[in-house]
Design a protein around this ligand. Structure first.
Ligand code: HEM
Length: 492
């Protein structure tokens, strides 16, 4: 009996101590308006057991607030959702919010990489990687973007005038092959038999899934998630032999080459990374390679696939894109070699890509951790350890900033004149500030070169209707039905 009393007393003592120690946190949290949606206890259960579609539904419901700032709880984690671009600007630029919450620094495989690593780790590694992602260095990879896009065009010849197919598989193979080639690892994924190509890609997708599940179920070891995933034995074997071990091959490969290129500007990504000055060991290099491959692959493949799907629906817009291509490259069926300078000439194509990323952002939200108190919405002090959420998908469709037709597809919003009237933080597919996407220039150039090659050669069509599309989220937001398009040879 005494033991029980001591136990109860101890528990009560610790609960009181916990709330007393965190009284400022709970006091400040109580001042923030509560979201119309609250996860509560059954909410936590739903959240932890949700499939990708359900996950997106829950996330969207939690964003659905009238007020500019709203809070919701997931267990003891305080989420503060910032809907106003002024607050989004503060979050992306304030050093108090550079950090990612610990539940986001998830996967054992990438938790040390720039994407999810500790703040100090991120700071020093971002500095190392930054120069490669500038325009001057990216010039050097333009031939890779062109060559790999041409492999795609060739590999699709067998699909002309056939049934609809999911272009996402081809785009994933293309972007993966491209980023690996940029890292001086030459592997032929696009021309592999569809089955083995899909296994290779599925491996990476499952690698991402494992990483994602670890975000919400950190107590599970990646191996357990992996073993319980829907992978077949063969796929698991292939995964351990390809997706994970390719990073080791990449590093061995680059370490074995003597680096005679002293010109910093013209160093390849991997040459820059292994540079003695940076002093990165093999383990750190492995994490950065994982990070960049993971960040580069799905995101641009989804955006390119979605752009093709939208153009298949809006034929007039597709024709305008092609007219611009003819203007820049001449009216020809031969896919052009796209120079660095040409990329900037494809103004309308860029407007279309931006409008697609506005309506269907690949990353629908980002989360940052508050390391020092910060004021949002002019009057709410956000406590240390709160997780601030920028609901990109919601801000992109907010009528206050985009007008009553915010839900409609209209690339004209991104003409120089129209876009200059939009709040700069109302459009943030790559986010902004010191921690914004490192590869945004790479991604825009890559997508423009891929799509220009594709559309010069093929006309796209689809039976899908945009309003009937269902989306799911698993780090990135994807179409559940697949990006089903039909292609025909373009008549010119
Ligand atoms: C359409 C394509 C892409 C989209 C929409 C996208 C979007 C994003 C977003 C939203 C973030 C999080 C930024 C934040 O936390 O504030 C991010 C981070 C990052 N992205 Fe991208 N990304 C794309 C393509 C790429 C590519 C092609 C690369 C590399 C070649 C890349 C490399 C990275 C890296 C390294 C980070 C971590 C940056 C940091 O924490 O400092 N991304 N990206």
């Amino acid at each position: 009996m005494i033991v029980l009393e001591i136990l109860i007393f101890t528990i009560i003592f610790w609960i009181i101590k916990y709330f007393w120690d965190n009284r400022r946190f709970y006091y400040l949290a109580s001042k923030i308006p509560t979201s119309a949606f609250d996860f509560s206890f059954s909410g936590i259960y739903n959240f932890l057991t949700a499939d990708t579609k359900m996950m997106l539904k829950l996330v969207n419901e939690s964003f659905d607030n009238e007020s500019d700032i709203a809070k919701t709880w997931l267990g003891h984690i305080l989420f503060v959702i910032a809907n106003h671009p002024d607050d989004i600007k503060t979050i992306f630029n304030a050093k108090q919010c550079y950090d990612k919450p610990s539940f986001v620094k998830f996967s054992a495989k990438i938790e040390k990489g720039s994407l999810f690593g500790e703040l100090e780790y991120w700071r020093s590694h971002r500095k190392v990687m930054n120069p490669f992602f500038g325009y001057q260095s990216l010039r050097a990879v333009i031939p890779i973007f062109n060559d790999k896009s041409k492999v795609l065009i060739k590999s699709l010849e067998c699909m002309v005038d056939k049934e609809a197919f999911n272009i996402f598989h081809n785009m994933t193979a293309l972007t993966l092959e491209t980023i690996l080639k940029v890292m001086e690892y030459d592997v032929d994924i696009q021309n592999q038999e569809a089955k083995s190509r899909d296994v290779f890609i599925k491996n990476l997708e499952n690698f991402t899934t494992v990483a994602f599940l670890r975000m919400f179920k950190p107590w599970l070891h990646p191996k357990i998630i992996f073993e319980n995933s829907s992978l077949s034995k063969i796929q698991r074997h292939a995964m351990s032999n390809s997706a994970i071990s390719f990073t080791e091959d990449i590093i061995k490969n680059i370490r074995s080459k003597t680096n005679n290129n002293e010109d910093e500007k013209h160093k390849s990504f991997m040459q820059a990374m292994v540079n003695q000055k940076n002093n990165l060991n093999d383990d750190e290099l492995k994490h950065e390679v994982h990070t960049v491959v993971l960040a580069a692959q799905d995101t641009s493949a989804i955006s390119s696939s979605m752009t093709l799907l939208v153009l298949a629906v809006f034929k007039d817009v597709q024709q305008r894109v092609v007219d611009e291509l003819y203007q820049v490259f001449g009216k020809t069926r031969d896919t052009p070699y796209i120079e660095f300078e040409n990329v900037n000439e494809l103004v309308y194509l860029e407007m279309v890509i931006n409008e697609v990323m506005r309506l269907y952002p690949v990353v629908p939200f980002v989360v940052r951790q508050v390391d020092e108190e910060i004021v949002l919405g002019h009057k709410y002090t956000i406590p240390v350890k709160a997780a601030v959420v920028v609901p990109i998908s919601r801000v992109h469709k907010n009528k206050k900033f985009w007008g009553d037709d915010a839900e409609e597809f209209n690339p004209e919003r991104f003409s120089k004149e129209n876009f200059s009237k939009i709040h700069p933080y109302a459009f943030v597919p790559f986010t902004k500030g010191p921690r914004m996407c490192l590869g945004y220039r790479y991604a825009m150039m890559l997508m423009k070169i891929q799509l220009a090659n594709f559309l010069m050669r093929y006309e796209v069509d689809t039976n899908l209707k945009l309003e009937e599309l269902e989306f799911g989220v698993q780090v990135t937001m994807t179409v559940c039905q697949g990006y089903m398009i039909k292609i025909r040879d373009r008549k010119y």
